[in-house]
Ligand binder design. Sequence first.
Ligand SMILES: Cc1cc2nc3c(=O)[nH]c(=O)nc-3n(C[C@H](O)[C@H](O)[C@H](O)COP(=O)(O)O)c2cc1C
Length: 209
Amino acid sequence: MFCGVPCLPDSIIHLLIHYSSTRIHSPTPFSKTPVLITLNDVERIGMGKTLLDEQAKKTMLRKIPHGLYICGVKNEEEVNGFTVSWVMQASFQPPLVVNCVNRNSGSHAMIKASQVFALSILEAGQKELAQKFFKPQQRVGNKFEDVEFYLGETGCPIISSTLGYVECNVVGSIEQGDHTVFVGEVIAAGVHREGDPLLLESTGWNYGG
Ligand SMILES: Cc1cc2nc3c(=O)[nH]c(=O)nc-3n(C[C@H](O)[C@H](O)[C@H](O)COP(=O)(O)O)c2cc1C
């Protein structure tokens, strides 16, 4: 028998033979009549979905290293900030970063409306600040009440005690899944002081998997 998918293990090919023969040739379930299997068959069955090893996916995705930042956002006169880890540089020229934001958060709506955000880079040891900002504004109210900040060129809040910041105009976005990937062009940046960044790994927290 020829299998149109040369790289599949035997166990999977047998499964597909059962499936295909039941569907195409046999009036009785689980007939073992071999049939040709094509890539179309495989796609229709949804191989990728049924074979995803959830535990392995979670373990490996959690091994992707991340930093921790406070994303400052605004909408008209209102400002807010939240802890974010799914951030990375995405282009040298123009300088771009991607910032992945939960679509259910209040900050998401603010970025969508204003098309700007600022990232304050946390220093190793600023875990408490990260903890303060991962609480939803809707529940805890004004997170900036006892945190020193100033407004950047975009009007977004920047936290004075952090290592520094970049400010971005949103130049694109991808709305797939539960987070929106905002692509931001860096239009301003500043260094407050030298220091090592706070890494998610060092906190014992997880955001991912
Ligand atoms: C360790 C950690 C990392 C996080 N990373 C992200 C992230 O990358 N993107 C995101 O949208 N939310 C992330 N969050 C969740 C937000 O900080 C949280 O939803 C926050 O309440 C949103 O604030 P808001 O409701 O005031 O907008 C993270 C939370 C934790 C604890």
